[in-house]
Design a protein around this ligand. Structure first.
Ligand code: FAD
Length: 291
């Protein structure tokens, strides 16, 4: 099933992200994660793509596992470290595996390498155009409510986002954020900039305060005072932090849905218990049509 059809169905959707195993021997564990998360009936499940393409085969494998469990799969694909021939091969592999949905990404520029070489991609919009020529895929792209870390001007970032939509991107999934007001502000700017495709809000339930502080400083994601107080108070107690992180994510999601943002993507970090707790907290919220 194409994800754009789910997003246009008029229903609230909660989807989940997984990452694939780095080593073959970890495959059974990853399959178990798929089994447990698919049992929660998410609208779809996405599977990330290791930087540099190291997980390209396992990304496809996990996407197939997801589809076997009757949940639509969204396979991530990055282009920055690949040649055009390699991307063509990967698209053929996805088609053969029956994957209909691709999250088309540039990927992070590898450190210490000459970039780009003449046969390589510069931006995700070029990958999107390429995918369009190679089959009937539903294509997603990434967006950054607080601006992409490499782009100094938010207006310019929105212009580039618009280019991705013009290239054929059907929907966007956002980087995690912890302050919903920043997301609402972004939605307003995106719409004003002509970005008229569905935007899925990316929510990260934080269960490890130290890890998230490091990730956020790299990606430029702002940690609001309200969140910092929680991390300071509970960060050294894993059980308390987990409970507080689940509550914070739940509250963010309820606030988003009640303010007209119907599509939420949970960065599960391959933790089915955390995904299950959030789905449990939202059981009636998801099915409420608001009338
Ligand atoms: P782009 O859309 O190409 O943008 C990159 C930068 O280039 C931005 O600053 C943009 O403003 C600028 N830009 C775009 N077009 C132009 C132009 N024409 N001229 C000048 N500047 C331009 N990484 C992985 O390795 N694997 C994953 O599975 C993965 N999944 C992700 C999922 C989501 C939802 C998100 C938000 C990110 C994900 N990432 C993943 C990280 C992503 O690869 C990085 O953030 C990367 O640095 C940018 O990728 P992009 O597709 O957003 O790039």
């Amino acid at each position: 099933m194409k994800i754009i059809d789910l997003l246009n169905s008029g229903h609230t959707t909660i989807s989940c992200e997984l990452f694939p195993p780095k080593k073959g021997e970890d495959l059974p564990q990853a399959q178990e994660v798929v089994k447990q998360i698919s049992a929660l009936h998410p609208a779809f499940m996405s599977v990330t793509y290791g930087a540099g393409g190291g997980t390209s085969a396992t990304t496809v494998r996990i996407a197939q596992e997801i589809q076997k469990s009757h949940v639509p799969a969204l396979a991530h694909l990055t282009c920055v470290s690949s040649t055009r021939d390699e991307i063509s091969e990967r698209l053929a592999g996805l088609k053969k595996a029956g994957i209909e949905n691709i999250l088309a990404l540039r990927g992070d520029i590898p450190e210490g390498k000459d970039f780009p070489t003449p046969n390589q991609y510069h931006y995700a919009s070029e990958l999107i155009r390429e995918i369009k020529t190679q089959g009937d895929f539903c294509i997603g792209g990434a967006c950054y409510p607080e601006g992409h870390v490499e782009c100094a001007h938010k207006t310019e970032d929105i212009r580039h986002l618009h280019e991705k939509v013009e290239a054929g991107c059907d929907f966007l999934t956002s980087q995690m954020f912890f302050d919903n007001d920043l997301f609402y502000n972004f939605m307003f700017r995106a719409l004003a900039g002509g970005v008229n495709v569905p935007i899925i809000a990316g929510i990260m339930p934080v269960t490890n305060a130290k890890q998230i502080t490091r990730i956020c400083s790299l990606s430029g994601t702002i940690l609001p005072q309200r969140f910092k107080a929680i991390a300071d108070r509970f960060g050294s107690d894993p059980k308390a932090m987990k409970q507080a992180g689940i509550a914070y994510a739940t509250e963010q999601i309820i606030n988003l849905i009640s303010n007209g943002v119907p599509h939420i993507h949970i960065y599960t970090m391959n933790k089915p218990d955390i995904a299950a707790a959030i789905f449990h907290n939202l059981s009636d919220v998801i099915s409420c049509d608001g009338n």
